[in-house]
Design a protein around this ligand. Sequence first.
Ligand SMILES: Nc1ncnc2c1ncn2[C@@H]1O[C@H](COP(=O)(O)OP(=O)(O)OP(=O)(O)O)[C@@H](O)[C@H]1O
Length: 283
Amino acid sequence: MPDDVKTSAFDGVVAEPGVAKPDPILVADGVTRRFGGLHAVNVGHLEVQRGAITALIGPNGAGKTTFFNLLTGFDRAGSGRWRFDGDEMSRMSAYRVARHGMVRTFQLTKALARLTVLENMLLGATEQRGERMFNALLRPVWGGQEKANTARAEELLERFKLIHLKDAFAGTLSGGQRKLLEMARALMVQPKMIMLDEPMAGVNPALVQSLLQHIIDLRDEGMTVCFVEHDMDMVMGISDWIVCLAEGEIIAEGRPNEIGANRAVIDAYLGKEHGTAPAEETS
Ligand SMILES: Nc1ncnc2c1ncn2[C@@H]1O[C@H](COP(=O)(O)OP(=O)(O)OP(=O)(O)O)[C@@H](O)[C@H]1O
């Protein structure tokens, strides 16, 4: 497991829900989402530190994915506001959120699996402009923007060691290669913050280290990384800061060692009889 986690930005930050960060890129207030009688998300205050790796954890059904969807414009909050890098983002459409630099990864759908790796990358760029994907792909005349997009796509495929697969159908990739493609695809829009949805799900152990290193490299280049993940080894190994949701609310925040020992977090996981309780209790 990488051991170069940088937590110095959090020096002096107290491990408690809603705590202020020294340089937050995202500040959310009073964000709620209900499904019928269910309060899926009810986040009072959250700040995400710029240039750090923040993990969002919590038992099944805690509201992690819904919260990601709200922040990135893929779902509508019932109430609440959030600012990203100084801009008001609440109620913004997903493609405008992406243009502002906040991008999330998506699992490869069946439709995308039938496109090649390179085509998937190019779609990542067109989504930024809110174009309909097949129109964008089938457009007969390729102008300068498309050439630039292809060059960027190939550069990213080199970086993620997928260039030899650029003409392969995405559906033929292994689980880990798909995760790399999802990440590379999100980077087409040159985001300030990348939000990864379960980056380790279905990844063969052979690719785990490579994926982790890519995430650390992004952070080291100055990008803010936020991810939802159930794999506690990964969460504890590479996160600078961890936020734990339960029943839609933030019940704890802190450094990995603080979260591993947090009674509310342990209770939330055990209460749900979740298979992957956080790391060892140290206090
Ligand atoms: N579209 C929807 N309609 C109704 N209920 C929903 C919808 N989406 C999510 N929910 C409910 O909202 C709650 C939060 O779901 P969400 O998927 O955000 O949790 P999660 O923390 O991401 O869970 P998991 O770790 O299992 O993916 C759950 O009880 C879920 O059943």
